[in-house]
Design a protein around this ligand. Structure first.
Ligand SMILES: Nc1nc2c(ncn2[C@@H]2O[C@H](COP(=O)(O)OP(=O)(O)OP(=O)(O)O)[C@@H](O)[C@H]2O)c(=O)[nH]1
Ligand SMILES: [Mg+2]
Length: 617
């Protein structure tokens, strides 16, 4: 029968080694040695003054452990078999730093103590070397129960979980086969005691609650019932045995069997004997089951944590970088469309605005021209006027061009703003300037050919007018009996001739003015067409340059972004496959752990709580 649990224990040890957990392996080895040892180590724990020491004395029917009110037991006391009574204080050397616990067998020094010095020894007053390691008292007694292999360990009272012996100490529950928690009948189990029980039950399958001093309390049975209820409620599967050490000792002294039975000790001793007999069987199986549970839980915890972190990292690691890179690619695509639209729209607007501006400026000039030549004679005013007109047109062209420059600069900035998020200076390394020769580009203004009133023409016109007048009045005077050419008709003729000349020159002036206006109108139209064409060309050129510049930039960015996307993708793929592999490994390990656990479970009929191997959602 031993073979099976031993196999499982060895399997557990191998698993610890495979997981590289030297510490757990050490514990398992210690457990193995303990389970193969035929003695039954009984650890007595409890709060101070509960009658622990007296319980031990009553079990073996000997005043081995000092008993008293107040804190009597200071050092753990190991009561075991010896041919003759012996007492010694055992002390290990102080733990050397860096030495793993239990890595090398610890040599314990024993200082014999006289039998009448037991109380002082247990109180820690004699036999202890200052500066030494943890000390304990060893008491040897020739007693049948001890001789059969029971070792009783008394401990200093404590109500704290932390007060229970540490792993290496003689008072460690891990080193005990049976743990007796002593709580007297004067009160029900305290919260501290239940906590202690819960704590120990986690790593120890064999715990008995001893309710002591039943002789002190009349209705100890009610207390016992309440205590059993508390245990059940707390989920502690421990047996409760009510006893009275006082009755047992009295019964022993009087050799009174009935009293002994009443003391409750036969039940407790029967339990200890059963444990002793079953140590290599049911006790060992339960112990291995507990070891399996502890070990598997400890081995699974980091695996479970790793799985959880891996799942968390899946969302944050390379995959999230890949998503970010994908977003960058999309964003660049959007940016590309956006800046192209900006450029096209802005250039279209620019052209319309420039044309409107120039149209406005030339219209004002033409209005001034009209006003000027409503009165001025082109013959007189032409030169001054020509200077003014040329200057005005150059000014208009310059103002218009200045605007073009500013707008182009602004457009470059607006398009560049689309690249803001890429965070580098993206304005084209170029800027427009005002051409020097803007005046020379203008069409030349030809002096319009206007009708001049020459002296010959004047003479002719005058003569035509005076001849008509003379003839008209000559005929009239002929009727009055005067000759055709007489002083009156000659005078009238001269008058008429003068008027004709005046009329004629007024008409000519108006014609000249009209001619000049038309000529200037045509000139300004030519000017407009040429300047607008220049503007259009310039704007187109700017558009092309901006487009080339920003296309280049987009391509550069795209290359970088696509590159980083590719590396992110590769990284994510590698990461995913590594992660998958690791997860498979972890799951495999978990499965193996579950198998080991299951094997240990089958050692006993009873199943303990199911093991949580999968990570909690
Ligand atoms: N009436 C009665 N008194 C008991 C019984 N067992 C112990 N006592 C008394 O209870 C007191 C404490 O007993 P101890 O055995 O010293 O108690 P302990 O738990 O070992 O105490 P510490 O070692 O100080 O933690 C002593 O006065 C005992 O005489 C019992 O069964 N009946
Ligand atoms: Mg004591």
């Amino acid at each position: 029968m031993a073979g099976i649990w031993l196999d499982v224990l060895d399997e557990i040890a191998r698993t610890c080694a495979a997981h590289g957990r030297g510490d757990l392996l050490q514990t398992v080895r210690q457990k193995r040695a303990q389970l193969l040892d035929p003695t039954l180590r009984v650890l007595v724990i409890g709060e101070p003054n509960q009658g622990k020491s007296q319980l031990i004395n009553a079990i073996i029917n000997a005043p081995a452990c000092p008993v008293g009110d107040g804190r009597t037991t200071v050092l753990p006391t190991v009561v075991q078999h010896a041919e003759a009574p012996t007492v010694s204080v055992a002390q290990a050397p102080p733990p050397a730093p860096g030495r793993a616990t239990g890595a090398a067998p610890v040599t314990v020094e024993r200082t014999p103590v006289a039998l009448n010095q037991v109380a002082a020894g247990v109180a820690g007053l004699v036999g202890r070397r200052p500066g030494g390691g943890p000390a304990y008292v060893e008491i040897g007694l020739p007693r049948a129960l001890l001789g059969a292999g029971v070792v009783l360990v008394d401990t200093p009272g404590t109500d704290e979980v932390a007060g229970i012996g540490a792993a290496a100490s003689v008072a460690a529950p891990a080193r005990a086969d049976t743990v007796l928690l002593v709580s007297d009948s004067t009160r029900e189990l305290s919260v501290a005691e239940l906590n202690m029980l819960l704590h120990i039950m986690r790593s120890h399958p064999n715990v008995v609650v001893v309710q002591s001093k039943t002789d002190l309390v009349a209705d100890w049975r009610t207390v016992a019932d309440r205590n059993r209820q508390h245990l059940a409620e707390a989920g502690v599967p421990a047996t409760l045995i009510p006893v009275s050490a006082a009755l047992r000792l009295r019964a022993a002294a009087a050799d009174d069997r009935a009293l002994n039975a009443e003391s409750g000790f036969p039940a407790l001793i029967a339990r200890l004997q059963r444990d002793l007999a079953g140590k290599a069987d049911h006790l060992a199986r339960a112990a291995v089951q507990t070891v399996a549970r502890t070990v598997v839980e400890q081995l699974a915890a980091p695996l479970r944590a790793e799985l959880a972190t891996q799942e968390a990292e899946e969302q944050s690691g390379p995959i999230s970088r890949l998503h970010a890179a994908q977003r960058e690619v999309d964003e660049l695509r959007r940016c590309s469309t956006r800046w192209q639209n900006t450029l096209t729209d802005e250039i279209t607007d620019l052209l319309a605005d420039l044309e409107y501006d120039l149209r406005d400026r030339t219209r004002q000039i033409l209005r001034a021209v009209d006003e000027a030549f409503d009165t001025a004679d082109p013959l007189v005013a032409w030169d001054t006027f020509q200077d003014w007109l040329e200057r005005s047109l150059v000014e208009a062209a310059e103002a218009n061009h200045e605007w073009l420059i500013q707008r182009c600069d602004w457009i470059a900035r607006r398009v560049a703003a689309n690249f803001d998020r890429y965070g580098y200076d993206v304005l084209p390394p170029w800027s427009m300037t005002m051409p020097e020769d803007i005046g020379e580009r203008l069409p030349e203004l030809q002096r319009p050919t206007v009708d001049r009133f020459t002296t010959g023409q004047k003479l002719f016109t005058g003569m035509k007018g005076s001849y008509g007048g003379m003839l008209m009045f000559g005929l009239a005077t002929t009727l009055a009996g005067m000759p055709m050419i007489n002083p009156v008709s000659v005078g009238i003729g001269a008058l008429f001739g003068g008027k004709s000349i005046r009329d004629e020159s007024k008409q000519l002036l108006r014609r000249r003015q009209a001619t000049v206006k038309t000529a200037i109108q045509r000139h300004v139209d030519d000017f407009f067409v040429r300047i607008i064409r220049d503007c259009r060309d310039a704007a187109r050129q700017v558009q092309r340059m901006l487009r080339d510049h920003f296309t280049g930039l987009t391509e550069e960015l795209q290359e970088a972004i696509v590159q980083s996307f590719r590396s992110a993708k590769q990284e994510a793929d590698t990461d995913a496959s590594l992660r998958e592999q690791r997860q498979r490994e972890i799951r495999l390990k978990m499965t193996r752990l579950a198998a080991v656990y299951e094997q240990a479970q089958q050692l006993t009929g009873a199943r303990s709580a199911p093991l949580l191997l999968e990570p909690q959602p």
